[in-house]
Design a binder for this molecule. Structure first.
Ligand code: NDP
Ligand code: X2W
Length: 311
């Protein structure tokens, strides 16, 4: 059976990468609006209501507007790549490894996790959920992202001003991922989140420093690593490193990847740890995650069409 998929925002950064992952697959047929109609409200309304699946690759306000265009009688199932619905009632968080594959497979409305939130939630949700780290700690998170994370406008900026070596932002501490980071990691307090952009197109590192000696009831680094390895055992997307490499590198010109690699680094006496997630902001951080959810919703192998290391 071939299912129709309408990507609203198909010529944006995320939309193009989703189309690339679906190209050549006969389980899906892509519905396209030509350039003159891709922002036409009526054309979009028709396409949204007629498709089996709609994937919204739009700015937040436009994504909310797209959902408003859907007729309550339409059978279309929606995956929203924006941050509009990540803590909204009636939406399933599209992180099957964390919320369960069945929940995503059944859902009519799926909200794709934010790229930074993917790393943060992947590291903390199992550890807090299984009681190895306290839910009521004031967590901090430092992260760097490739500039494609900011969509067309940031790509244009970094590619025209090649002198930028580092761009700190969200300095007023109100980054839009904080609500989903708190909610889906199961935290009492919002994390203090410090993101930055580096002059690489894609790739990101998300780090959570842990002063374990001060954290009530916190487990030792080895136990944290074992818990994550057990939680993600069998996943083809999420890998937990069994070792502590001397360094972690993001490279310019990195190939697209839908993998998510997790690391636990601990001090020799076990009193401190650094949790680190490495991923492609356009892969498991956006388009790869959307395709993984689409596969599950269509009853297919969740890894179909994904860029993953060979087994
Ligand atoms: N880039 C990333 O790493 C990630 C992005 N996301 C999210 O995915 C969504 C898309 O982001 P991204 O692809 O990066 O953004 P881009 O800016 O690259 O693309 C957005 C696309 O949406 C189109 N668009 C804007 N308004 C409308 C509208 N009213 N109707 C139809 N099309 C419209 C734009 O058109 P035009 O080309 O004319 O500007 C553009 O093609 C955002 O919500 C973003 O936050 C999520 C995770 C990661
Ligand atoms: C580098 C950069 O600007 N990144 C984006 C987040 C990318 C992402 O995950 O976007 P969504 O939340 O829309 O899914 C930002 O910080 O706003």
């Amino acid at each position: 059976m071939t299912r129709s998929v309408f990507i609203d925002g198909a010529v944006g950064t995320t939309g193009l990468e989703i189309a690339e992952r679906l190209a050549g697959r006969n389980e899906f047929s892509l519905v396209r609006l030509d350039d003159s109609r891709r922002k036409d409200r009526e054309a979009r309304r028709d396409a949204l209501n007629a498709a089996d699946f709609a994937i919204l690759c739009l700015p937040d306000d436009a994504a909310r507007g797209a959902v408003d265009l859907i007729d309550p009688a339409s059978d279309v199932r929606v995956i929203d790549a924006s941050s509009a619905h990540r803590v909204a009632q009636g939406w399933t968080y599209g992180f099957p490894e964390v919320v369960g594959s069945d929940a995503v497979a059944r859902a009519a409305r799926v909200s794709n996790p934010g790229c930074y939130a993917t790393g943060f939630v992947a590291l903390l949700a199992p550890l807090v959920g299984r009681g190895l780290l306290p839910a009521d700690w004031a967590y901090t998170c430092n992260a760097v992202s490739g500039y494609s994370g900011g969509g067309k406008s940031l790509i244009e900026r970094f590619e025209s001003d090649t002198g930028i070596a580092w761009r700190g932002y969200a300095l007023a501490l109100g980054h839009k991922h904080v609500p989903e980071m708190q909610a889906h990691a199961g935290l009492v307090l919002p994390p203090l989140f410090s993101p930055a952009v580096i002059p690489a197109y894609r790739g990101m590192a998300v780090e959570i420093p842990l002063p374990l000696m001060a954290m009530p009831g916190a487990s030792a680094p080895a136990a944290l690593r074992e818990c994550l390895a057990d939680f993600y055992a069998g996943s083809r997307v999420v890998q937990v490193s069994g070792e502590m490499p001397d360094e972690l590198l993001l490279r310019r010109g990195q190939a697209p990847s839908d993998a998510l690699d997790l690391h636990v680094f601990g001090s020799a006496d076990g009193s401190q740890a650094r949790l680190v997630a490495m991923l492609d902001n356009l892969g498991k951080g956006a388009s790869g995650a959307a395709v993984q959810s689409l596969n599950l919703m269509a009853g297919l192998d969740p890894a179909s069409g994904l860029h993953l290391p060979k087994d």
